[in-house]
Write a protein that binds this ligand. Structure first.
Ligand code: MD3
Ligand code: FE
Length: 203
């Protein structure tokens, strides 16, 4: 695998390309049971990306804060189970990147329309920081913002295309990161939409 000159990040360009269409269909089956929704930040602002989850817990945000919840607060039901195809893909990517034992217990699914973004943040709501995070990009391209350990570190800009898989572990795990506002465009399978799957060991 190609390793960028960024500590703790392995980039697997096109790793999921052969599965693009199947993954998108599977996202639809998850979203049929746990619809995408725009969550509110603890400060009361609606996030511009819409989200849903699958697996043993889901990442949620509301006036009470950020956390992992075993039930979807919108339905009161457990989140849809993690599809086998999702888990297998994440495990293969992690194993190729030096994390052979990775077993994700959930996936957060983000959906971006043109103009949607994700401000610089850290992923620190998980219990287990030894586990990596595996991210899969599908649909419209995006510019990933890759900061450092401090919010004020000037972020590098990394283009992400449909089918690209990134594995973050070790030193990179707690770095600030985000997504620049999505530019309008047309993807052959998703139209003007970007999806991102992030696989985590959260519980
Ligand atoms: C680097 N999502 O959901 S994925 C997120 O494209 C999130 O939707 C972005 O950041 C997206 O939290 C970026 C890449 C990613 C995910 C988690 C990370 C990069 C990461 C955790 C630590 C460091
Ligand atoms: Fe993140």
């Amino acid at each position: 695998p190609e390793t960028l000159a960024l500590p703790g990040l392995t980039s697997l360009p096109g790793f999921a390309l052969a599965e693009e269409q199947a993954l998108l269909q599977t996202i639809d089956t998850v979203a049929a049971r746990a619809p995408f929704r725009r969550m509110k930040t603890p400060g009361g602002k609606e996030m511009s990306a819409a989200m849903t989850n699958c697996g043993a817990a889901g990442w949620v945000s509301d006036a009470r804060g950020y956390r992992y919840a075993r039930l979807d607060p919108q339905s009161g039901q457990p989140w849809p189970k993690m599809p086998d195809s999702f888990r297998t893909l994440a495990q293969r990517a992690a194993a190729q990147s030096g994390f052979p034992g990775f077993v994700p217990d959930m996936a957060l699914i983000n959906r971006y329309e043109p103009g949607a973004r994700m401000a610089l943040h850290q992923d620190i709501d998980e219990r287990n920081f030894a586990a990596p995070i595996v991210s899969v990009s599908l649909g419209l391209s995006a510019i990933f913002l890759w900061g450092g350990p401090k919010r004020t570190d000037k972020p590098a800009r990394l283009p992400l295309h449909s089918g690209d898989v990134l594995v973050w572990g070790g030193t990179a795990r707690k770095y600030y990161h985000g997504i620049a506002p999505i530019k309008t465009g047309e993807h052959k399978l998703t139209g003007a939409t970007r999806f991102n799957l992030t696989f985590r060991h959260a519980l």
